[in-house]
Write a protein that binds this ligand. Structure first.
Ligand code: ASP
Length: 340
């Protein structure tokens, strides 16, 4: 028998919680009577609304895979969100290109990268997983597949995003092309590459009433990126990894640093070795900094959940937050701990 059937509930890793109603004294622990705790977690403050959509699926006894897909479709459709889906900031050529990945409890996975004109890349990623023998489709091929699957072709560049891009063009310095000496990441108004003012991703992990884990990750990537640039989000093992025997992890921030360290896979493997979700995330962040000390000036955050529903996160810089939703509370927002 699956050992997780014996588990009697779970608690979230220690920490104080913010809710949309104000400040909570402690994060909730919400064991469901008799065993498994459905729970969904996701990155950043916009994770609260996404979690609530996922919770509709989980609380009705649905599958975690359906929950994460439905959940991340919320920020994908939110035109005020300039880092995910339609309304996302474009690359330096003014093209909105989207990345997404999804992974289920069986280790099945699907992803799309640098895909234009489709508002819900997460659902295309799921189709790649379920209807092709492949894992990752990119660019025009991903778009062709999505159209063949019946997804509508849309203009993703909103007037707001177009305006912001034109503003950026006035002072644009980001030109890391061959023979260029400029190889820095692009910072947003907050000044830190990868922070919430420049780009951020929704990464979501859910555990359902059967104790099965799934994850999803979707983004428009780094604002003003080179056309064709792909970050960590659609790379299985980098932006997302789920192992139903151990737990799941997802990441946000400067994707290149996550890819170099195969970040989400690393977090899951550290949990397999016995680390708590928070400790595993912290070690993954610190490995990035050990290998490249300059990375301390960037933002990268990891979020993880184990098979018991324990949750933890860690980021390089202050300012990272993650949302937790379960039967006890559907709008918990927790400030992520950080190394700096
Ligand atoms: N990690 C994503 C990327 O690098 C974007 C982000 O989280 O801000 O594409």
């Amino acid at each position: 028998m699956d050992r997780r059937r014996f588990l009697q509930g779970a608690t979230i890793a220690s920490g104080m919680a913010l809710t949309t109603q104000g400040f909570a004294k402690a994060v909730p622990a919400a064991p469901a009577a008799g065993g498994m705790v459905p729970r969904v977690v996701s990155t950043w403050d916009f994770g609260v609304a996404a979690n609530q959509a996922a919770w509709k699926v989980l609380s009705a006894g649905g599958r975690s895979l359906d929950a994460v897909e439905q959940g991340v479709r919320v920020p994908e459709a939110d035109l005020r969100n300039h880092s995910v889906g339609k309304g996302g900031y474009p690359d330096r050529d003014g093209k909105v290109t989207l990345d997404a990945s999804i992974m289920d409890e069986h280790g099945n996975c699907g992803a799309v990268a640098a895909m234009e004109h489709i508002a819900h890349p997460i659902s295309v990623a799921r189709r790649v997983m379920e209807r092709t023998p492949h894992v990752l489709l990119v660019g025009d091929g991903a778009l062709q597949f999505a159209l063949e699957q019946g997804f509508p072709r849309e203009e993703l560049l909103t007037p707001d995003a177009d305006k912001a891009w034109h503003e950026w063009l006035k002072t644009a310095k980001y030109k890391p092309v061959a023979n260029s000496e400029v190889k820095t990441y692009n910072a947003g108004p907050g000044g830190t590459p990868g922070d919430a003012t420049n780009h951020d991703t929704i990464g979501m992990l859910a555990i359902d009433a059967k104790g099965n884990l799934s994850g999803a990750c979707t983004t428009s990537g780094m604002a003003w990126k080179l056309h064709g640039r792909v970050g960590d989000s659609p790379i299985i093992g980098a932006g997302l990894y789920v192992d139903n025997e151990v737990g799941g992890a997802t990441s946000t921030g400067v994707g290149e640093e996550v890819i170099r360290n195969v970040g989400s896979f690393l977090v899951v493997e550290l949990m397999r070795q016995g680390r708590s979700p928070e400790d595993a995330c912290r070690e993954a962040v610190e490995r990035i900094i050990r290998r490249k000390p300059d990375a301390r000036d960037l933002q990268v955050g990891f979020l993880a959940m184990d098979t018991k529903g324990n949750v933890g996160a860690w980021a390089i810089q202050k300012g990272f937050s993650y949302a937790v939703c379960d039967a006890a509370k559907q709008d918990t927002l927790i400030p992520g701990k950080s190394s700096y």
